[in-house]
Design a protein around this ligand. Structure first.
Ligand SMILES: C[S@@+](CC[C@H](N)C(=O)[O-])C[C@H]1O[C@@H](n2cnc3c(N)ncnc32)[C@H](O)[C@@H]1O
Length: 387
């Protein structure tokens, strides 16, 4: 496909996205139906689609409209590319620009410039303070790919060397002693022997740093209560936590965990709701609760546009419910680690303050990870139960 044809394909896909279909589904169907598209074309179209979604508001203004074509046009302008060459009307490229499309765009309002829904701006201001603009600007770009060297099996440098043999270039990242940033060949990681042999996993660098900062008990069981795919479960297991149990309200989310654990040489037992209570108490409970995901907006480009005020309210209530449910499972003297991948105070510090109003618990430690540090935005609060 020519670069112009890739733009035309992205514009068509974005039209369907604007009509309400999830981007991933449209891209899968498009790939199946487009046998002429090679793997590089598919990757380029995918990149263009998600890049335009990340910058949806600014792209709509710069491209003069709310259509797929306008979003592609606006996105190209936002990155300083000249759309005239790509919108050539030749072959499968988009039609030539119209006079209206050639007009200079009006100036961008704050929420447009930062690609943030207006209703979230006050919460971003309250949460990010002086770093608001820089942080939201960083969220307009694609996230780096990070790997976690499985330090239970290898050193970080050995992982770098092994990956290099397979033409995957990585470099250490300062957020965590296990973190590597994939500089070249990121798309090949999951097919590499290094990955298959359990020497590396794909995990955001700040997610690794959160796992590093959770205090492991000297003895006693660990429960990862919202384990999902098990990213943090496996990172804790690699640090030597054990025995370690994983639970999720939606057990299907843990379906790959046994394979991932076997690859990593980790021992993790999945627990149903009833079994969680049966194995209690735990020396450490991790509650990596469902949240707005605002810290991971780069990785999930649709999330910021899907979030609505009542959804955020619902999440705040669910976070409190989960914490209420798990607090009694923590042994006296044990710890509860509350984690979100959110940048919002309402989901982070406010929830921690609310939790600490109860008797018998004390604040132990905590940290906020900013996307400006390179990884996703995360929040960790560790509460210690009185002995
Ligand atoms: C942020 S994700 C977890 C990510 C995971 N810990 C990781 O590091 O890959 C939150 C998870 O909480 C689960 N969840 C939602 N409501 C829950 C509840 N009431 N109890 C337990 N888990 C819940 C979701 O199914 C989801 O998998």
């Amino acid at each position: 496909m020519t670069p112009g044809a890739r733009c035309a394909a992205a514009a068509e896909i974005l039209d369907r996205w604007l009509a309400g279909e999830p981007a991933e589904k449209i891209l899968t169907n498009w790939s199946r139906a487009s046998r002429f598209a090679g793997s590089k074309d598919r990757a380029a179209v995918r990149d263009l689609v998600f890049s335009a979604i990340r910058r949806r508001r600014s792209s709509a203004v710069l491209g003069h409209g709310e259509t797929g074509r306008a979003l592609v046009l606006g996105y190209l302008r936002s990155t300083g590319q000249d759309p005239e060459e790509l919108f050539s009307g030749i072959g499968h490229a988009p039609d030539l620009l119209t006079d209206a499309e050639r007009q200079p765009p009006r100036s961008l309002e704050l929420g447009e410039r930062l690609d943030c829904p207006d209703w979230l701006l006050p919460e971003c201001t309250r949460s990010l303070g002086e770093e608001r603009d820089r942080t939201l600007e960083a969220m307009r770009d694609r996230a780096p790919v990070y790997l976690r060297a499985n330090l239970a099996r290898t050193s970080r440098q050995s992982a770098v060397d092994r990956l290099a043999v397979e033409d995957i270039v990585t470099r250490p990242h300062p957020l965590s002693p296990s973190a590597l940033e994939a500089v070249e060949g990121a798309r090949r990681v999951q097919g590499s022997a290094c990955y298959r042999d359990g020497l590396v996993e794909i995990q955001d660098a700040a997610s690794q740093a959160v796992s590093d900062a959770i205090p492991l008990p000297d003895a006693g069981a660990v429960l990862d209560y919202c384990a999902g795919g098990g990213g943090k479960t496996l990172a804790l297991a690699a640090r030597g936590a054990g025995p370690i149990f994983a639970h999720d309200a939606d057990p299907r989310r843990m379906k790959d965990l046994p394979t991932r654990a076997a690859r990593a040489g980790a021992s993790v037992e999945r627990l149903s709701g009833n079994d969680v209570a049966r194995h209690a108490p735990y020396a450490l409970v991790v509650a990596d609760v469902p949240c707005s995901g605002s810290g991971a907006w780069r990785r999930q480009p649709e999330a910021r546009w899907r979030l609505e005020p009542d959804m955020l309210e619902g999440l705040l209530a669910l976070q409190r419910e989960i914490v209420d449910d798990v607090a009694p499972f923590v042994a006296p003297g044990g710890a509860l680690a509350y984690v979100t991948c959110s940048m919002f105070r309402s989901e982070n510090e406010d929830q921690a303050d609310w939790f600490l109003k109860r008797d018998g618990w004390a604040w132990e430690s905590g940290r906020r990870f900013s996307p400006l540090e390179g990884g996703d935005g995360f929040f960790l609060a560790v509460f210690r139960r009185n002995a």
